[in-house]
Design a protein around this ligand. Structure first.
Ligand SMILES: *Cc1c(COP(=O)(O)O)cnc(C)c1O
Length: 374
């Protein structure tokens, strides 16, 4: 069976983890954490980068930093992972779910303004499959209505919008290093802070509501409880693992892009003959090869394709279920019809894509798909 995903080991992980363990400093914010953060600040131009134990945690930090209060509204696409909404719901926010674009699963930027009310505080665009949302439109709305923009960049490492790194455009951004992402540390994440005014408070929230970061820099002589917060730092062992992955980012990306291109070339004819959609990348966006997916005509066709692949020993998987219809939130939802979100829920199928997937295996997947009668 060809699996859907296999986390890639560069070979340096254990070496750096060993170094971290024997350095005598294995709690958070040590040398490896600082090396990882410095890399992202330099590479992507974030004002400040803070490693977290997950992207979910980075989103929760964002909700705290945005000072979301009960009754505040936050605009989130319905076609996304639970955490994009949950982080704000925990602060008492009412989620206004937005529809996806007909072109790709990203939030439809032309449909956001009609969702803004006097209670709206933030917009959370999700760069699905690492492909940028239309950020100029979203940032213009944020400026017009004085809203915060928090990019859910969980899948968006090393991807760009009009040459600007994703995660560097909104006021805040959250990345994931979960084992299913392009680079990983098992579980892990990063909060990018682009608005200078939010940096100081972010460090406090990160360090359990204390000014410990200032204390470490020698700015204050003792550290005390000054704000809300939690324990959001990963240990140095996780950061050491991540650093090995960062060092191989270019190699990992090059290989993933090769596989992605092989799929894209190999499936064009089959897709157009069968009325099936392939990923659409707008001119303003780049492709970081996080994911290759197909969009079937309906749910029944997708299920038949899944079975066809399974009987060919290939594991392909669907993705999100529209959050506005979820058991947890549907009672609080405003009840709008989000047809594109529901369409991707029923029809989208992700193909295996991981560093060690060989050209031969990719060719076998393509030929199995092309033998699917529709
Ligand atoms: C993976 C993912 C998350 C959650 O990331 P964790 O690191 O597992 O918390 C959130 N949003 C999106 C869009 C994701 O793909």
């Amino acid at each position: 069976m060809i699996p859907f995903n296999k986390p890639y080991l560069t070979g340096k992980e254990m070496h750096y983890m060993y170094q971290a363990v024997y350095s005598g400093k294995i709690s958070g914010n040590g040398l490896f954490t600082q090396k990882c953060q410095a890399y992202f600040e330099k590479q992507s131009g974030f004002k400040k980068a803070l490693l977290t134990t997950s992207c979910t945690d980075a989103l929760e930090m964002s909700a705290m930093l945005a000072a979301i209060e009960p009754g505040d509204e936050v605009i989130v696409p319905s076609y996304t992972f639970v955490s994009t909404a949950l982080a704000f719901v925990r602060q008492g926010a009412k989620i206004i779910f937005a529809d996806s674009s007909p072109v790709n699963p990203n939030i439809d930027a032309d449909k956001i303004e009609e969702l803004i009310s006097p209670r709206t505080r933030a917009i959370v665009p999700v760069h699905y499959a690492g492909i940028a949302c239309d950020m100029d439109k979203i940032m213009a709305l944020a400026a017009k209505y004085n809203l915060l923009v928090i990019e859910d960049a969980a899948q968006a490492i090393d991807s760009f919008y009009k040459s600007r790194p994703l995660g560097s455009i909104g006021h805040l951004a959250a990345f994931s290093f979960h084992e299913t992402k392009n680079i990983n540390s098992g579980e892990g994440g990063l909060l990018a802070i682009n608005d200078e005014k939010l940096v100081g408070r972010a460090e406090i929230i990160w360090e359990k509501g204390t000014n410990r970061s200032d204390f470490s820099r020698g700015v204050v002589s003792k550290y005390e409880w000054v704000d809300t917060g939690s324990s959001f730092l990963p240990s140095e062992i996780n950061a050491a693992y991540l650093f090995a992955q960062i060092e191989h980012l270019e190699d990992i990306q090059n290989r993933r892009k090769e596989i992605w291109e092989q799929y894209n070339k190999g499936l064009q004819g089959w897709a157009s003959a069968n009325g099936i959609g392939l990923p659409q990348i707008p001119d303003y966006a780049t492709n970081n090869a996080h994911m290759f997916y197909v969009v079937c005509k309906d749910g029944a066709q997708r299920n038949r394709l899944v079975e066809h692949l399974k009987s060919g020993e290939i594991w392909a998987v669907s993705h999100y279920l529209s959050l506005h219809r979820s058991p947890y939130y549907k009672g609080s939802d405003r009840g709008a019809e989000l047809v594109n979100s529901d369409h991707y829920t029923d029809c989208l199928l992700r193909l295996p894509l991981f560093y060690e997937l060989s050209n031969e295996e990719t060719a076998r997947i393509i030929s199995r798909i092309c033998s699917f009668a529709g």
